[in-house]
Ligand binder design. Sequence first.
Ligand code: FAS
Ligand code: PHB
Length: 388
Amino acid sequence: MRTQTAIIGAGPAGLLLGQLLHAAGIDAVILERRSQAHVLSRIRAGVLEPGAVAALRQAGAGARLDAEGLRHDGFSIASDGRALRIDLAALTGRAVTVYGQTEVTRDLMAARAAAGLPTIYDAEDVTIADFDSDAPRVTWREGGRTRDLVCAAIAGCDGFHGVCRQSVPAGAIETFERVYPFGWLGLLCDAPPCAEELIYARHARGFALCSMRSPTRSRYYVQVAADERAEAWSDARFFDELRRRLPEAAAAAVTVAPALEKSIAPLRSFVAEPMRFGRLFLAGDAAHIVPPTGAKGLNLAASDVVYLAEALAEHFIEGSPAGLDAYSARALARVWKAERFSWWMTALTHRFEGDPFGERLQQAELDWLSGSAAAQAALAENYVGLPY
Ligand code: FAS
Ligand code: PHB
């Protein structure tokens, strides 16, 4: 097989890149190691920046998002029983859209299928080679046969545990990491959300987040120890702990319903530099991870692939290497600002054992936020997403 771009991974980064390249007239093949059903079964992000919404519309996957996505003009940070509303619309003139990553993925898959574009699911033992040449190759096993794909570029959109970053020679890559001593236990249920907007709650017992997927489907999280297991948490225990961490009015408004999904996500900050190795380009979680507190993971995947699609179009259509040469620095400039914000939101709202000095800093930061329009504007500017 031959194609212009081989995309490894059919998560949001790979699927969005595939559609943006198609819109630019560039052909690509996506190779995904799991089944389509498995990719859709993963419950992850829930908040889209305006930039990501624009990219999805450009990719031809914006119709359902526009019809069903929930525009949110603000969110609240709760602490010590009080809630501080951050008025995104008033402070930035912009808003975020609440629309689950599962639906984003479903829409992108549908757009790709409608265009008759090739996605190979259940691709086993994907390997990449010769990406330091102008004819990189991808091989994989499919139905017991070894297949191969010759291309001009490989987009590593295969997530944190993917093969692409691991294939880069150790001396050519530098990583930066901060692992947090806790995780998020998430629960999805068919019940109306406890509030109109998201609530990020700081509490002595630990962080909690009240989010949603629709007016009838809620998504909740509680901070748990890094070694915690989801099986140890009954629905009753989860809702009891959630309520204990929320302000009284929100706690009273929580509707208990059976968990449709319950899982724990570890929290880490991670960046690999650079994001380009010859004809291999990393995008999304393959290159960086943020703690989900700032709702940046999916949104960074979107900005990465917007940059990469533009650069590949310059290469294939205009014959200019400038975009590809600039890709890594351009993407990392936005990645590191989102890493900083996600770390800051996590440090502000989570319980860190045995850190009384840190607790006083959290309190001082919240006191400053509650009294300063400038501080709230800085937070809002980052939350809606810094310019592409
Ligand atoms: P993804 O990991 O989504 O997709 C990578 C794809 O590559 C997967 O389908 C994988 O199967 C495939 N793949 C891996 N190895 C391969 C190989 N060798 N060959 C072929 N395919 C391969 N972000 C938020 O903003 N808010 C959240 O609440 C949030 N919660 C999260 C919870 C969890 C458990 C995780 C892991 C992440 C969460 N994130 C959240 C971040 C998440 O949304 C990511 O940012 C987003 O999925 C990034 O998309 P991709 O870069 O496409 O990576
Ligand atoms: C979610 O709805 O899953 C969600 C929302 C905001 C976050 C993290 C997760 O910061």
